[in-house]
Design a protein around this ligand. Structure first.
Ligand code: COA
Length: 151
């Protein structure tokens, strides 16, 4: 398995990014300033993650998503490790990622990969989105922020 850095002329896989983010407007706020890495299978993009430079030292994984048919096969964990190594290669010393505070699967994947909780952005999903977002019938409100030092 390997990732490929998307080039300027390559189409952006919005359909996959929309699994990780509810609204195109939210994606547009970071995607054009980010490095987009993809995993392909038989010419089709099945995984994507997006690295956004917050400052000289810190990069954020703004989105990470795996096509529904390929989930729970280890691709997400592979992309997290890949994101760490790409961030390190680009001289970042800290990697952060945010996820809904109620997202059990995501929180457990990130924590098992060595990320630790450092902040809760209260009411993030109320303030930054135009419509209420529900996951498993629960309205998203807060964003949990996790970080991992890369040195
Ligand atoms: N609660 C806790 N852990 C769960 C779980 C649940 N409901 N469902 C699965 N898991 C665990 C699995 O046991 C596995 O961990 P293990 O290998 O230690 O047993 C792990 O989650 C799955 O790892 P992996 O197969 O690498 O994940 P993936 O390829 O499915 O990718 C996502 C993970 C989150 C990227 C993928 O599910 C996805 O695209 N989801 C939709 C988009 C999204 O929510 N993105 C994140 C936005 S913050």
């Amino acid at each position: 398995m390997e990732t490929r850095l998307l080039q300027k002329d390559d189409p952006i896989p919005y359909h996959l990014l929309l699994l990780a983010d509810e609204e195109i407007q939210a994606i547009e706020r970071y995607i054009h300033q980010s490095a987009i890495y993809v995993i392909e299978d038989a010419g089709q993009i099945i995984g994507v993650y997006v690295l956004y430079p917050i400052d000289k030292h810190t990069a954020e994984i703004k989105a990470i998503a795996v096509n529904e048919h390929f989930q729970n096969l280890g691709i997400g964990k592979f992309m997290l490790r890949d994101a760490e190594s790409k961030a390190r290669d680009n001289s970042f010393c800290k990697l952060v990622i945010g996820t809904p505070a109620i997202a059990q699967k995501q929180l457990s994947i990130y924590q098992k990969a060595g990320f630790e909780l450092y902040d809760i952005k209260k009411d993030f999903f109320i303030t930054h989105y135009t419509k209420p977002i529900f996951e498993d019938g629960v309205r998203l409100t807060d964003m949990a922020m996790l970080k991992k030092m890369l040195i």
